[in-house]
Design a protein around this ligand. Structure first.
Ligand SMILES: [Ca+2]
Ligand SMILES: [Ca+2]
Length: 272
């Protein structure tokens, strides 16, 4: 009698194969569940304040004549930013209280070429308000239509027609200050241009350092920043798949080894 039994060997291989598949696939629901649990991304919204100042002004900047003054800060955009508030603290000086009640317009600009310089800035939103708390480091918040910023930088600032000899723009000079982040420009009263900042000729658009003064305006932007969370679960999922692949290879190797042994004449037949 031939000691080899190919038919029995085939049955044994099939049974092992079924066991192998059963042991392997039983991990799949767990891995898929964990992967779905962590891979299901969700949006997390956080309030965020864009600011260059420490909340206290050491100086204030203004014009000797009654002209339109425009002051603005540059910020790098955090991904997922929606600006909804512009807050400004106004300056001080002799007759600083005369500023209170002065109308102003808060402005949000984008930065089309993303270089942090507002020479190409485009207006995204505005809001009108009145100066209050001048010279007291009190921020006047103005709500704007929630605006998503898609450029790498953006600018927030104000335009107002200032009384002569008043210093509307409050400046933080406490170190550290940030160069090339605060800008100023001016035009004749009523001629200030927020849509083309380079068109203001009384004081051409410049950094505050370019005007011989260092510091940063007390001008802030309030934002909601939306961040996608749960992406880290992707790696947990991939790790699970890697483990599953390892189990598959290991068990496949065992089955292959068993199959070869079964078909080998060295293995005695159960019938033999
Ligand atoms: Ca300060
Ligand atoms: Ca630019």
């Amino acid at each position: 009698m031939n000691p080899l039994e190919p038919y029995r060997c085939f049955r044994f291989g099939a049974r092992k194969s079924v066991q192998f598949l059963a042991k392997t696939v039983r991990h799949i629901p767990i891995i898929v569940f964990v992967g779905c649990l962590f891979c299901s991304p969700a949006d997390r919204v956080n309030a965020f304040i864009y600011s260059l100042d420490d909340g206290t002004a050491e100086a204030a900047v203004g014009l000797r004549l009654n002209n339109d003054l425009i002051a603005l800060n540059s910020f790098a955009t955090v991904s997922g930013t929606t600006i909804d508030t512009i807050s400004i603290a106004f300056g001080f000086g002799p007759n600083g209280d005369a500023l209170n009640g002065t109308p102003f317009q808060a402005v949000l600009w984008n930065d089309p070429n993303g270089d942090g310089n507002p020479s190409d800035a485009t207006v995204l939103a505005t809001a009108n308000g009145f100066v209050a708390g001048a010279g007291t480091n009190t921020f006047v918040p103005l709500s704007i239509s929630p605006t998503v910023v898609t450029t790498p930088n953006f600018f927030v600032g104000f335009i107002l027609t200032q009384p002569s000899g008043i210093f509307p723009a409050a400046l933080d000079q406490t170190p550290p200050t940030f160069d090339n982040r605060s800008f100023v420009t001016a035009s004749a009263a009523g001629a200030g241009n927020i849509f083309d900042l380079t068109a203001n000729s009384f004081v051409p658009l410049t950094t505050i350092e370019g005007a011989g003064i260092s510091g940063n305006w007390l001008i802030r932007a309030g934002a909601k920043v939306t961040q996608r969370v749960g992406d880290s679960g992707r790696w947990a999922f991939l790790l699970g798949l890697a483990i599953l692949s390892g189990i598959f290879v290991r068990r496949f190797s065992q089955v292959t080894q068993a199959g070869r042994f079964c078909s080998n004449s060295d293995r005695p037949s159960r019938r033999g």
